[in-house]
Design a protein around this ligand. Structure first.
Ligand SMILES: *[C@@H]1O[C@H](CO)[C@@H](O)[C@H](O)[C@H]1NC(C)=O
Ligand SMILES: *[C@@H]1O[C@H](CO)[C@@H](O)[C@H](O)[C@H]1NC(C)=O
Length: 345
């Protein structure tokens, strides 16, 4: 009798995606985020936040039936955590060891648009094209937004890495466990999943370069009421996760720096990973990695569609390029184009 009840519970709490990935539906308060030392004792007050809609004109997110095998995500009050085997875990751990967040590190390359004035920024967003390409086991490549204040940063976007089976996944890089290393998504304490039906660590649909471009919207905002940072995904700004402000010593106030663009890491100085679409930019949004609707949230909590005082920066202008196309008249959105190909340094 006992065994039957037990098995029933287990099968109810496991979900599969249409990509064949298995997720456990974990009680909200049992998710790994709460392993964070500063979150352990404090019960996080779980209230689905009001939405901060900045663009309601777009289409909605992918249909649930496109994501989940049975057409539905996890039950309310739970969140999907990808089932990890011991192999997955050791892979993630060794990935965390080899990944450095220090931008002075020669092996972390960026091609970004970045703020040049130290101001208070309460959020940032962009819609970025999604690609998949080959990277070596000691590399990753990402299109992302970074918000920073001193030692604290929030980095969100997509990432491709061989250690994650060559898949392009949503990524929340979370430099909180150890200095100079960071981790991904739900493997990181501190980033709390809010949505019962958004599978992080799941494969994303990718673009066919020059033809059919797939893009994802990422928007991070400091919630004025709670002070917590919130991650929203998709044109309808679905709230999928949050970083409580108490885990930060600087970002508990505001960000003082934001950048948008590509990040390519290699553990070796010999090889530079691809970035953007994986090709040198040709100043075409069908061929390059792009970020459009590049925004900041200013001191007055307003979304600024033309972030002021921004400059382009690339850490290696032979290999990686970034173009600031400014605000296009056609769709009134700030556009950046960036990328680069792989090869020896
Ligand atoms: C990842 O890609 C490399 C080549 O780029 C390939 O050798 C390897 O088998 C791939 N791994 C998986 C798990 O698909
Ligand atoms: C942020 O946290 C630091 C360290 O805990 C604290 O000294 C500071 O007063 C906090 N700032 C805000 C605005 O809460």
């Amino acid at each position: 009798m006992y065994l039957i009840v037990f098995l029933t519970t287990v099968s109810w709490s496991v979900k599969q995606t249409t990509n064949g990935e298995t997720y456990n539906c974990v009680d909200f308060y049992e998710q790994p985020a709460f392993d964070h030392p500063l979150l352990k004792d404090n019960k996080f007050n779980f209230q689905p936040s009001s939405s901060y809609s900045v663009d309601s004109s777009g289409s909605s997110n992918k249909k649930q039936s496109d994501i989940w095998l049975n057409g539905k995500g996890c039950p309310i009050g739970t969140v999907p955590i990808r089932k990890t085997t011991r192999d997955d875990l050791s892979r993630a751990e060794s990935a965390a060891e080899t990944v450095h967040t220090n931008t002075n590190n020669n092996y972390l390359h960026v091609a970004v648009l970045r703020t040049s004035e130290e101001k208070k920024y309460y959020g940032a967003g962009m819609i970025t094209s999604v690609y998949n390409f080959a990277v070596s086991s000691r590399q990753y490549s990402s299109s992302r937004i970074k918000l920073q204040n001193g030692p604290d940063s929030i980095v969100v976007g997509w990432t491709v890495r061989k250690k994650m089976e060559n898949r392009t996944i949503y990524s929340v890089l979370n430099p909180l466990i150890k200095k100079d290393s960071h981790c991904y998504n739900t493997l990181c304490p501190g980033f709390i999943l809010m949505s019962p039906d958004t599978p992080f660590d799941s494969v994303l649909q990718v673009s066919e370069r020059g033809n059919h471009i797939r893009a994802q919207k990422f928007f991070v905002r400091k919630d004025a009421a709670s002070g917590d940072w919130v991650l929203q995904i998709g044109l309808d700004n679905t709230t999928v996760g949050t970083w409580p402000q108490r885990i930060f010593s600087k970002l508990n106030d505001s960000a003082t720096y934001v950048d948008w663009g590509g990040e390519a890491y290699s553990a070796s100085s010999e090889d530079l990973p691809p970035m953007g679409s994986g090709f040198p930019p040709m100043q075409s949004s069908k061929l390059d990695g792009y970020g459009r609707q590049v925004t900041v949230v200013d001191e007055n909590q307003q979304v600024d569609y033309n972030p002021p005082e921004c400059v382009t920066y690339t850490s290696n202008n032979k290999r990686y390029k970034i173009f600031d196309e400014g605000v296009l008249e056609t769709d009134n959105q700030r556009l950046i184009l960036f990328g680069g190909s792989s090869g020896p340094a």
